[in-house]
Design a protein around this ligand. Structure first.
Ligand SMILES: C[S@@+](CC[C@H](N)C(=O)[O-])C[C@H]1O[C@@H](n2cnc3c(N)ncnc32)[C@H](O)[C@@H]1O
Length: 218
């Protein structure tokens, strides 16, 4: 099976438990997030949102938007922003459209991070939550997200970082990668910093459990 097909199938099959797993509200999701990841995605999302300027009125690209789980409430409080929520999976977008129904400032777009249908420098902010460990061609994903960001624009993201936690590495390799949720290669903190410095003038990385939260300025 091709990589794109495997990823699409994985996220389609997860539609009924994806949100529960990431919210960490059910007991098994708590075990998953605390035990396997040692991180709280809600806290990380809050930290990333704090990087967005107050009263932000520019264009923001959310890629991949998934089901809009972490972002819908925040977007309701950003009425002046023009937000594009892009994902490859129509199944994930179906859920996102329901979540964003009250957000008149959000447009959902089906598309590929590797071939973004936007002009160079079209966005002021790019938000990427839990995407880079899933994207099949990461070099192209870095190139495309940097291309559509304005000079001086903000790239804020979180995703899996290898060699931070043994249990996370093991789970990624034996479960998430096999099922098609994650696609290698992955990076250590130093490797990632080197890649980001090739695209961005300012780079700040912060690790939490098996993940990294980052803020870069182009
Ligand atoms: C783990 S989810 C993250 C979604 C959301 N940001 C969140 O944190 O809940 C990963 C998403 O990446 C999407 N995806 C995978 N490959 C993609 C690609 N090439 N272009 C755009 N989205 C892609 C999947 O469809 C899935 O919705």
């Amino acid at each position: 099976m091709g990589r794109e097909k495997k990823i699409t199938k994985a996220y389609k099959s997860s539609k009924n438990y994806y949100d529960d797993a990431l919210t960490g509200e059910k007991w098994w999701a708590k075990v998953y997030m605390n035990g396997i990841w040692g991180a709280n995605d809600w806290e990380i999302a809050k930290r990333l949102f704090n990087y967005i300027p107050k009263e932000f009125g520019g264009r923001l690209l959310d890629v991949p938007t998934g089901t809009g789980l972490f972002t819908a409430e925040k977007y309701k409080k950003m009425p002046n922003a023009k937000i594009t929520a892009l994902d490859y999976s129509e199944t994930m977008l179906e859920k996102a459209r329901v979540r964003f129904a009250d957000c008149r400032n959000v447009e959902c777009v089906q598309g590929d991070v590797g071939a973004l249908p936007f002009d160079d420098g079209a966005f002021d902010v790019i938000l990427s939550m839990n995407g880079f460990h899933a994207f099949p061609d990461k070099d192209v994903a870095f190139k495309e997200t940097a291309r559509v960001l304005k000079p001086g624009g903000l790239f804020i993201a979180t995703f899996y970082l290898k060699k931070e936690r043994k249990i996370t590495d093991l789970f990624v390799k034996t479960v998430l990668e096999k099922k098609g949720f994650f696609t290698p290669p992955y990076w250590t903190k130093n490797e990632l910093e080197t890649i980001l410095r090739g695209y961005y003038a300012d780079v700040e990385l912060r690790t939490e459990g098996g993940t990294v939260a980052l803020r870069c300025v182009k």
